[in-house]
Design a protein around this ligand. Structure first.
Ligand code: SF4
Length: 329
């Protein structure tokens, strides 16, 4: 690990200012950053420790939503009674991620900002455009079983690893950000993460020094919610494909549908066409199968990950069908 300087500012404004200098990085739980620093993939010269800022509360918003502080641990979000009751898709996504020890340490903002687990990104001996722009993408011709089938580019086919972010995308969460200029801004969850394009080194739309201070969940959507994750092991494994689904059914018809996919793209994938096709359709297998097909429209597989296309399609169809048949709220 390379030498770095360290500070622990007392205020959000000071932290944001401190991290706006070149090669500075925020640290809170450190569950991903420290690993990356040890293998010299991340080489910040200055660490800004935000772990003691007052961002550990979950509170209700005036409109009936939830305001989740950026430093609330993954464990605490998953255990919050309001999350469990009104946003079960989020609680389920969280407990499907990582291990109990990691969830105790990992923060809400850190989970969103974790980096891809593409093995070539972590191997400094291999070309990787995300780690070293212009060096090439080893995964294109390499082992790419875990990689993207949607929204990828010829410069990067990595996927975002978070489960939590997929549920937040389905819930249409907003991200609250403090900027170094002192202004607070909000952005939709869908605009936080980027597709790789020709600049895969940039994971998000955040500028240097911009500090995520909270995630805001809108009032709970109507209907039933579930998070389903397909992976190689039953625990402590990243998604091959996952889905966060919310389905509102009445009088035999779909009144509302939300779908977000994980493990398939550089960001949580939001197949709006599939959602739109479902609304007003009969709540039956044919509609859900059509939604599964629409959810993977434009998907392209590589040597080792073609299987993800039918897997995602079937996962969406089956999950929606199960939600339609489920008893209770
Ligand atoms: Fe690097 Fe992206 Fe290629 Fe992986 S997929 S080697 S992260 S450029």
């Amino acid at each position: 690990m390379r030498a770095f300087t360290y500070e622990r500012p007392d205020t959000i404004a000071a932290a944001s200012q401190a991290a706006s200098q070149p090669d500075a990085a925020f640290i809170a739980g450190g569950t991903n950053l420290l690993d990356l620093m040890k293998v010299e993939v991340e080489r910040p010269t200055h660490l800004v420790d935000v772990s003691r800022l007052p961002l550990r509360n979950v509170s209700e918003t005036p409109d009936g939503g939830l305001h989740i502080g950026a430093l609330v641990s993954n464990t605490d979000v998953a255990a919050d009674s309001r999350v469990r009751q009104h946003y079960p898709v989020l609680a389920q996504a969280l407990v499907n991620g990582a291990s109990a020890q990691l969830r105790n340490q990992a923060t809400t903002a850190g989970n969103l900002l974790q980096r891809t687990r593409c093995p070539y990104f972590y191997d400094v001996a291999m070309p990787c455009n995300k780690r070293k722009p212009g060096s090439g993408c080893s995964a294109l011709q390499g082992f790419n079983r875990m990689h993207a089938i949607l929204g990828a580019s010829e410069d990067c086919i990595a996927v975002h690893p978070s489960d939590m972010a997929v549920a937040m995308a389905a819930l249409h969460a907003e991200i609250e950000v403090h900027t170094p200029s002192g202004i607070d801004r909000k952005l939709p969850m869908s605009e936080l993460h980027r597709l790789p394009g020709q600049t895969p080194d940039r994971d998000t739309s955040l500028a240097p020094g911009e500090l995520i201070t909270a995630v805001i969940l809108p009032p709970p959507p109507a209907g039933r919610q579930v998070y389903r994750k397909v992976r190689d092991r039953a625990s402590y494994a990243f998604a091959l494909v996952s889905v966060a689904a919310i389905l509102d059914v009445g009088d035999g018809k779909v009144r509302g549908a939300r779908i977000a996919l994980g493990g398939v793209a550089h960001k949580p994938w939001h197949p709006e066409d599939a959602e739109q096709e479902l609304v007003g359709a009969a709540a039956q297998a044919e509609s859900f199968e059509a939604a599964g097909q629409a959810a993977v429209k434009g998907a392209a597989g590589r040597r080792d990950n073609e299987f993800k296309i039918p897997l995602a399609q079937r996962l969406v169809a089956r999950t929606l069908a199960d939600l339609a048949l489920a008893k209770g709220g």
